[in-house]
Design a protein around this ligand. Structure first.
Ligand code: NAD
Length: 500
């Protein structure tokens, strides 16, 4: 396929334009029972990409029952672990084989640079399948010897039907992060992808069909959240667990909905990450990474460094270099290989981000960006926002406290280490922070004091997939990744043997 088509032909999609994206239930692509669809728009061009089947609670009912039937039949759950791991490797290989088409679909749905979909999102989705195949193969169970004639075993069993609900910012990357561990542990899955980004989930369903994963083991129900297929999934009594990634406020709603049927829950929620640059940092490296951390994926990453704290003694040195790098970020057509920032996801999201920018103009000083790019003409219908930098905002400003999830970076000066710790911790969120200092003792002190699920010392976004991933405070509940995800998607049964 042509990778770098021009913006005018950007309506070309791996799923033909005009084709309706169906639901995938019980191994077949089906229309929703009510026959309703919604439009999927390319946010970079405003062009209609496709219509999407609008699943509702009746479709969730079908999907959950298909999943339950497959689980009880044991066509997947009772396969030996080795066979399931083998299938996961095969799924990962198939994703890589369709990397170009999947990357194009991701970029058309999200507006993110194609280079990022090609080199980041899609290879990582394949890696998630490969990684969990290896991790599950290493998982051990326990045997407790009471005495020569009595042994107690603890064995892991799948939960049954699990519901996975995913956001639009890293669609296949995050869906595969949940699907792979849920699958390898023997569960049957109902996935509700974000309504803004339905295409790669549909292509993944095609891959599952080609790979001959038994019908009902993997189901995709498109649709909306509140009062839609998302909410129905969280309320369904046969769904034993919900793994959700999305906004904190949605997590609270899901927790209430899931309470009646006592579901197990895992939440990866919002963030307000910090980059902290001390005067003794490797400044060129720190500055380059701070800019990437703020603006990658148009700032729409939960782990973004969306607040930059700079020690006052180096502020005069750091500021011009940050601004120089920000000015050099190529913003524009996501299909061009040199583009580093594409379009925001939607009109609604663009308006939300602009409201923060207006507030920032009133409360602080705008140093860069702040406006929508509408030239050349090809960009006029997209939501291209210049990378935006503010200074002189109060740390209590909404721009420093709330998750904007866009390319907006407040810079705040600090004097002492204690002040930096206080500022970093002073938000409701606790997902991530990146600290830059060449003093290992200082780094160690900060690692003790910062309340966040992941801390990077002189780096950002690096993570061995074996480590636990998740947020503190309003950023989440539970941990996924490595054996922690395998544990979430299974439960222990203890069997006590007394031999004669
Ligand atoms: P969102 O909460 O609006 O939607 C996420 C998903 O939940 C979508 O599929 C949506 O349809 C569904 N949903 C919405 N309301 C629902 C309800 N009442 N019941 C069931 N499902 C419902 O989030 P978003 O705007 O798609 O994603 C952006 C958010 O995701 C940001 O807050 C970001 O920080 C967060 N995020 C967190 C992580 C992490 O690992 N912590 C990773 C990526 C994104």
């Amino acid at each position: 396929m042509t990778l770098f088509v021009s913006q005018s032909s950007a309506s070309v999609s791996p799923v033909s334009t005009g084709e309706t994206l169906k639901l995938y239930i019980d191994g077949a692509f089906v229309d929703p029972l009510a026959g309703e669809t919604f439009a999927n728009i390319n946010p970079a061009t405003g062009a209609l990409l496709n219509q999407v089947a609008r699943g509702e609670s009746a479709d969730i009912e079908l999907a959950v029952h298909a999943a339950k039937r497959s689980f009880e039949a044991g066509s997947w759950a009772k396969l030996p672990m080795k066979a399931r791991c083998q299938k996961l490797r095969d799924l990962g290989d198939r994703i890589l084989a369709r990397r170009d088409a999947l990357a194009m679909a991701e970029t058309l749905d999200t507006g993110k640079p194609l280079s990022e979909s090609l080199n980041g999102d899609i290879p990582r989705a394949a890696q998630n399948f490969h990684f969990f195949a290896e991790a599950a193969a290493q998982l051990s169970e326990e045997c407790f010897t009471v005495d020569r004639m009595e042994r107690h075993f603890s064995v892991r069993e799948p939960l049954g039907v699990v519901g996975l609900i995913t956001p639009w910012n890293l669609p296949l990357y995050l869906a595969s992060w949940k699907i792979a561990p849920a699958l390898v542990m023997g569960n049957s899955i109902v996935l509700k992808p974000a309504e803004w980004t339905p295409t790669t989930a549909t292509l993944l369903a095609e891959i599952f069909q080609e790979a001959e994963i038994p019908p009902g083991v993997f189901n995709v129900v498109h649709g909306f959240g509140t009062a839609g297929s998302g909410e129905a999934l969280t309320r369904h009594p046969e769904v034993k667990a919900i793994s959700f990634t999305g906004e904190t406020v949605t997590g609270k709603t899901i927790m209430k909905a899931a309470a009646d049927s006592l579901k197990k829950i895992s939440f990866e929620l919002g963030g307000k990450g910090a980059t902290v640059i001390f005067e003794d940092a490797d400044l060129p490296n720190a500055i380059e990474t701070a800019v990437k951390a703020a603006f990658r994926n148009q700032g729409q990453i939960c782990l973004a460094g969306s607040r930059l704290f700079v020690q006052r003694s180096v502020l005069a040195e750091v500021l011009p270099q940050v601004l120089k790098q920000v000015a050099s970020i190529p913003v524009g057509d996501p299909l061009q290989p040199e583009t580093r920032m594409g379009s925001l996801i939607s009109a609604e999201h663009y308006e939300k981000v602009m409201r923060y920018i207006e507030l920032g103009r009133q409360e602080g000083q705008l140093l860069a960006g702040g406006t929508r790019l509408t030239q050349p003409d090809a960009l006029a219908k997209g939501y291209f926002l210049e990378p935006t930098v503010f200074i002189n905002l109060s740390p209590q400003s909404a721009l420093c406290q709330e998750e904007i999830f866009g390319p907006v970076l407040p810079i705040i000066a600090f004097d002492t280490e204690e002040e930096a710790i206080h500022l970093v911790n002073d938000t409701p969120y606790g997902l991530s922070a990146s600290v830059w200092s060449q003093d290992v003792n200082r780094c160690h002190r900060l690692s003790q004091e910062i309340r966040a699920g992941i801390l990077w010392m002189n780096c950002w976004f690096a993570r061995d997939l074996r480590t636990p991933f998740g947020g503190m405070k309003a950023s989440g509940m539970g941990r996924e990744g490595g054996r922690y995800a395998l544990e979430f998607f299974s439960e222990f049964k203890t069997v006590c043997y007394r031999y004669q």
